[in-house]
Design a protein around this ligand. Structure first.
Ligand SMILES: [Zn+2]
Ligand SMILES: [Zn+2]
Length: 393
């Protein structure tokens, strides 16, 4: 069955309709009154989804307003859910954990040592956002972010992709049982979450929209060049007439000079107006909205890792996720954490992106952006705090 047809079956059944598949690619729907009114359908309606429609079917597709109408039926339902990952059997911790950690942990200025491994439940948070970019054309897309609230890690694209595929496949939906609910990691509060999600979201939306932005920029440049060429030709014509009249005596020549001078000014004004029109036409508006949140209770093997730098030490935890058989990236106290390497600070052993330990642009001293988020501790220059990737708890 097609994905759209499956979705419609789920929505309509949740609205109390009786639904029966008919071939090819259709549904017979017996709709209760509220649904009939909402969708403007008779009591018995046949819906068709494919290129080939069953006889007498109402064609349903992605075009038109069908998705909006089914979306309106859903309302706010399904925006927030809790789910437990169900595996047929517990997956043993991988052998040679040091090797797994070695592949994941890259600490150029610190050393690490594995302290222990134990099975655990952790609480992950998967968030979906929809972005819409409108210029002379329109683009829409979905961004998923994934966090492990138990360890503070941000899931990378590969892990999130595997996890979402697993959830979309045939895994049975299970609400979290008491054992899973004892999972580590309380859900972050809104401030902590937005502090973490916002910079990542900006990064992903920009990355997704980059080809679109480039194409818009190309069209804008092309149109600007065309407008410029047209007005430049006109202006040159007027200027050369003006030059020819420059030294001619008499009233007629004088009025000719006036006329051409005014013409040049008018062409220049028109050119400015046309450029403004183009700017408006290609101006880009981007909006991003939260769509869905899924709290996912996941079985993991939890690695306790000691990080040592100079005389300091700190224990961090990293999870190997049984469901996708992957080690998550290490947490990142400052920065997006998209690079593999983490630098470790002297004071509190924060793990940060390399930029998080960069030298101050005013006094040249390196300092930790996670320890001091308002500015350089030596010269108090706040400009050197750099970007606002702050991702502290
Ligand atoms: Zn400084
Ligand atoms: Zn620090």
């Amino acid at each position: 069955m097609g994905t759209l047809r499956e979705f419609v079956v789920d929505v309509l059944e949740s609205e109390g309709a009786a639904v029966e598949p008919v071939e090819p690619d259709g549904l017979d729907v017996l709709a209760p009154e509220a649904l009939r009114e909402a969708m403007d359908w008779p009591e018995l309606v046949r819906l068709g989804f494919g290129v080939e429609q069953p006889a007498g079917a109402v064609p349903i597709g992605l075009e038109g307003d069908w998705l909006d109408r089914f979306g309106a039926l859903l309302g706010e339902r399904g925006r927030f859910a809790e789910r437990q990952i169900v595996l047929p059997d517990a997956v043993a911790s991988p052998g040679d954990p040091e090797r797994w950690l070695d592949r994941t942990l890259d600490l150029p200025n610190a050393v690490w040592r594995l302290q222990g491994v134990k099975p655990a439940w952790t609480r992950c948070l998967l968030l979906a956002f929809r972005y819409t970019a409108i210029s002379d054309e329109r683009r829409e897309g979905l961004i998923w972010l994934g966090f492990n609230c138990g360890t503070g890690a941000v899931m990378n694209d590969e892990m999130l992709g595997r996890l979402r595929r697993l959830l979309a496949d045939d895994m049975q939906w299970q609400a979290p049982d008491p054992e899973a609910q004892s999972a580590d990691g309380a859900l972050w509060d809104v401030a902590a979450l937005s502090n973490r999600a916002q910079p990542l979201l900006n990064h992903h939306v920009r990355r997704d929209l980059e080809p679109f932005l480039r194409a818009v920029r190309r069209r804008l440049d092309r149109d600007c060049a065309r407008v410029h060429e047209y007005h430049d030709d006109l202006r040159r014509g007027a200027l050369s007439k003006l030059a020819a009249l420059q030294s001619a005596p008499g009233d007629k020549a004088e009025s000719g000079r006036k006329r051409e001078t005014m013409r040049v000014a008018a062409i220049e004004r028109e050119y400015a107006v046309k450029l403004d029109d183009l700017r408006n036409n290609y101006a880009m508006q981007v909006s991003v909205d939260w769509v869905q949140a899924l709290v996912l209770f996941a079985p993991v093997h939890r690695y306790e890792v000691q990080i040592k730098r100079r005389k300091g030490q700190r224990i961090v935890t990293m999870d190997w996720h049984q469901s996708v058989r992957m080690m998550e990236p290490p947490l990142c106290d400052w920065g997006l954490g998209l690079e593999r390497a983490r630098l470790v600070c002297d004071e509190q052993l924060h793990l940060t992106d390399s930029e998080g330990q960069a030298p101050c642009t005013s006094c040249g001293k390196a300092w930790c952006r996670a320890c001091h988020d308002t500015g350089c501790p030596r010269c108090k220059s706040s400009a050197s705090a750099g970007n606002t990737h702050g991702m502290r708890d």
